[in-house]
Design a protein around this ligand. Structure first.
Ligand SMILES: [Zn+2]
Length: 507
């Protein structure tokens, strides 16, 4: 929750005369990411809790026992400052921690330590690929807070028989980033999140592969076109829905898409759109209405008396940032001659960028095409991470392609064979061994000639048709040769060789 959401929306009945093409989708995001520190935000407990028994990473501080005193984890502040700097934010001279008071079983001390009216940093911007070209998404604020514990509902979330609570997660450092409502479609929201994730990973402050490391709240409303720009936040014509606690990137896009359809249907039926909170049910791809939300004033925020304000501006000036996605994208185009699209894809994920640089030397262009276009698609299809792919195997595959030992089609077959082995957890064979095993070596001239002779012998009618000048007969014969060689020859070679070997026309 940010102070921005204090605004109440007008909630008037929408003008039924406005057709939906005249509407505009307004989206803002609140993104919570776990900072990848070794210890928690205010105590020395380890953050490496995921495979351990419940309530084994706890101490009096993160349990909030009376008399315990929190101390700020310097590393967490450093990480948060890196994020603020990378998002081009202004770091406040003085920021402070506040207590957000509420009662819930995942928060045994009755309050969460967060930042309220004096956040770490404000007024940033992150550039993304928008629906209509490059777009600057404004960042309202960046602040730090502690994660609450985790509730485990036994017997389903709808009507659990009982609920267990695990405080291992309580006190893990979170960074919350709030955007202005600058996004205009679910796809833009997804691209914003991808860019944000990449930026955080380049900074080495976040590990997106850890379960539950990212959670998103999304605000969405549909306004008459131009209304929002004219009247601004807080004076919307129609109510705004906040979708809480979405835990995956794909989930955000799905939830927003569902919500647009739902809201458009209400508008079409001339029903009033109220400002509400909804939950995303990932398994069903829908949002459902949830309990009415507390208002800001219900939380009785006040400055945390056990922690001093942070004065970190000067420190922040001295923090150096590593190369970030935009800089690396520019470098890939410059250094490797990557196309803008390939450069964007390859640098959009740190692991992919690192992988590309390991294999690029074989042939920059060939490597860019095969990593960005072929490998990425095959990995996604099988849900395999790029870190599991061996760069040396991939280098060998690129060499086989470069040396013309195999055709592109066979290259894909080899790659698929290797990835299928990976998926099954087997030890992968080297690409050259796969080529032998699958008999994919490119047929040499002699081999090709033999197959062509075979086809000429088997297809006298087509040969005769070709001789009489029917061009389509040639395509048919090429197809026959390709089939017999199972893609181990280039169609261009087959075409050329067939023309040379077929009897010439008498006309
Ligand atoms: Zn602790």
């Amino acid at each position: 929750m940010s102070p921005a959401s204090l605004h109440k929306t007008a909630g008037k009945i929408p003008d039924p005369d406005i057709p939906s093409e005249e509407d505009e989708v307004i989206i803002g995001l609140e993104v919570h990411c776990q900072l990848d520190t070794r210890t928690k935000l205010f105590c020395g407990c380890s953050t490496d809790y995921r495979d351990d028994d419940p309530n084994t990473h706890v101490c009096p501080i993160c349990m909030g026992l009376p008399g315990s005193l929190p101390r700020v984890n310097k590393k967490a502040v450093e990480y948060a400052l890196k994020v603020a700097k990378a998002l081009n934010c202004r770091v406040l001279e003085e920021s402070e921690f506040s207590r957000k008071n509420y009662f819930y079983p995942d928060l045994d001390k009755g309050f969460q330590i967060t930042q309220y009216d004096k956040p770490l940093a404000v007024e940033g911007v992150l550039e993304i690929e928008g629906d209509e070209g490059d777009k600057k998404v404004r960042i309202t604020r960046v602040h730090m807070e502690e994660d609450p514990g985790r509730l485990v509902h036994k017997g389903g979330t709808d009507r659990p028989k009982y609920t267990l609570v695990d405080y291992n997660r309580a006190g893990i450092p979170l960074i919350e980033m709030v955007t202005e409502p600058d996004l205009r479609s679910p796809k833009e929201a997804r691209r914003f999140l991808n860019k944000l994730r990449a930026t955080l990973e380049y900074l080495a402050v976040f590990d997106s592969e850890k379960e539950g490391s990212l959670r998103v709240d999304a605000n969405i409303s549909i306004q008459p076109k131009g209304w929002f720009e004219k009247h601004g936040k807080g004076l919307e014509e129609r109510g705004r829905v906040e979708i809480k606690n979405i835990s995956s990137y794909k989930g955000v896009e799905k939830a927003l898409t569902f919500e647009i359809t739902r809201q458009k249907n209400l508008i079409r039926r001339k029903q009033k759109l109220e400002s509400t909170t909804r939950h995303f049910v990932e398994t069903r791809g829908i949002t459902t209405s949830s309990r009415s939300k507390e208002m800001e004033q219900d939380y009785r925020y006040f400055p945390e008396p056990d922690l001093k304000p942070l004065r970190v501006c000067e420190w922040c000036d001295h923090i150096e940032l590593p190369e970030l996605p935009d800089a690396r994208r520019a470098r890939f185009m410059d250094q490797y001659g990557c196309s803008p699209n390939h450069a964007r894809t390859l640098t959009g994920d740190l692991r992919l960028a690192v992988f590309y640089e390991k294999v690029a030397d074989v042939d920059n262009q060939l490597a860019a095409t095969w990593v960005a276009d072929t490998l990425l698609g095959e990995l996604n299809y099988r849900d395999i991470s790029i870190v599991d792919m061996s760069p040396s195997h991939f280098i060998e595959l690129l060499e086989l392609l470069r040396e013309d030992v195999i055709t592109d089609k066979s290259g894909v077959e080899v790659l698929r064979f290797i990835l299928d082995q990976l998926k099954e957890g087997c030890t992968c064979e080297a690409p050259s061994a796969c080529v032998t095993r699958l008999n994919l070596a490119k047929a040499g001239d002699e081999g090709l000639d033999a197959v062509i002779n075979e086809v000429i012998g088997e297809q006298p009618q087509a040969v005769e048709d070709y001789r009489c000048g029917r061009k389509e007969a040639l395509n048919f014969l090429v197809g026959q040769v390709m089939r017999k060689t199972r893609g181990r020859v280039d169609p261009g070679d087959v075409n050329r060789r067939l023309r040379e070997m077929l009897p010439k026309g008498g006309t």
